[in-house]
Design a protein around this ligand. Structure first.
Ligand code: MN3
Length: 230
C-alpha cells in the first residue's frame, strides 16, 4: 500500500517538475524588418536607376530579411532537438543574411538624392574633413583609392570607408567578401555595394562607371555624423 501511494506521490511531483527539466526552447528571438528607404526609388537617378533600386531594395534586401528570420525559427527548432549540425549550418545562414541586412541598411542611409545633399563633401573645417585631408590629401583622393579597392574585389563583396577605433580613430578603406559585415573596432562610415545586382541592369559589365557615378549620391553628412558619434 505504501509503495502504491509513493508511486502516485512521485507521479504527482514529476507533473510539476517535468516542465523545468524539459528541453523546450526558451530562446527569445528578435525578428528584423526592411528599414524605410528614406527617398523614392527614382530619387538617385540618373546615377542609380529606379529599376535597380526597386529590385535591390524590395527583392534582394527583403530576401536577406526573410531568410534571416526563417533561419532564426529553424535555429530554435534545431536547438530544441539538440541537432548540433543544423545549429552550425544555420549560424552560417544567419551570418550571411544578417550581414546582408546590416550592410544594405547602412548603404541606403549613406546615399542621398543630389537635391538633398548627395555628393556634397562635408564642411572642410569639420574633424572628419580635416582627417581626410591629413590622411589622403582630400575627398577626391579618398574616392579614387576607394574605387581602386572596389575594382580589386573579385566576385561579390563590399568596400567600406571606416573609422578604426583601435588605431586612434584613423580612417581606412576595407573590403569584405560576400555579405561579411564589419564590427568594432571598425566603424563603417560609408558602405559601397560591389555585387553585380547593384549595377548590372544599368551599367552592365562597366562596373568602373558605376563606381564613378555613385559618389554623386553619397551622403557625406551621414558619414560625418557616424564619424562624430563613435
Ligand atoms: Mn546588394
Amino acid at each position: 500500500m505504501l509503495y502504491y501511494n509513493l508511486g502516485y506521490f512521485f507521479l504527482f511531483c514529476f507533473h510539476f517538475v517535468s516542465p523545468v527539466v524539459s528541453r523546450k526552447p526558451s530562446l527569445e528571438v528578435e525578428k528584423i524588418e526592411l528599414p524605410p528607404l528614406g527617398y523614392s526609388l527614382d530619387a538617385l537617378e540618373p546615377y542609380i536607376s529606379k529599376e535597380i533600386m526597386d529590385l535591390h531594395y524590395h527583392q534582394h534586401h527583403q530576401g536577406y530579411v526573410n531568410n534571416y528570420n526563417a533561419a532564426l525559427d529553424d535555429l530554435v527548432q534545431a536547438q530544441s532537438k539538440g541537432d548540433y549540425k543544423s545549429i552550425v549550418e544555420l549560424q552560417r545562414v544567419i551570418a550571411f543574411n544578417g550581414g546582408g541586412h546590416i550592410n544594405h541598411s547602412l548603404f541606403w542611409k549613406n546615399m542621398a538624392p543630389v537635391s538633398e545633399g548627395g555628393g556634397q563633401f562635408p564642411d572642410l573645417d569639420s574633424k572628419f574633413a580635416k582627417l581626410v585631408a591629413l590622411q589622403y590629401g582630400g575627398f577626391n583622393e579618398l574616392i579614387k583609392l576607394t574605387n581602386e579597392r572596389l575594382l580589386s574585389i573579385q566576385g561579390s563583396g563590399w568596400a567600406f570607408i571606416v573609422k578604426n577605433l583601435s588605431n586612434g580613430g584613423k580612417l581606412d578603406i576595407v573590403t569584405t567578401a560576400n555579405q561579411d559585415a564589419l564590427f568594432k573596432p571598425l566603424v563603417p562610415l560609408i558602405a559601397i555595394d560591389a555585387w553585380e545586382h547593384s549595377y548590372y541592369l544599368q551599367y552592365f559589365n562597366q562596373k568602373a562607371d558605376y563606381f564613378e557615378a555613385i559618389w554623386n549620391v553619397i551622403n557625406w553628412k551621414e558619414a560625418q555624423k557616424r564619424f562624430d558619434s563613435f
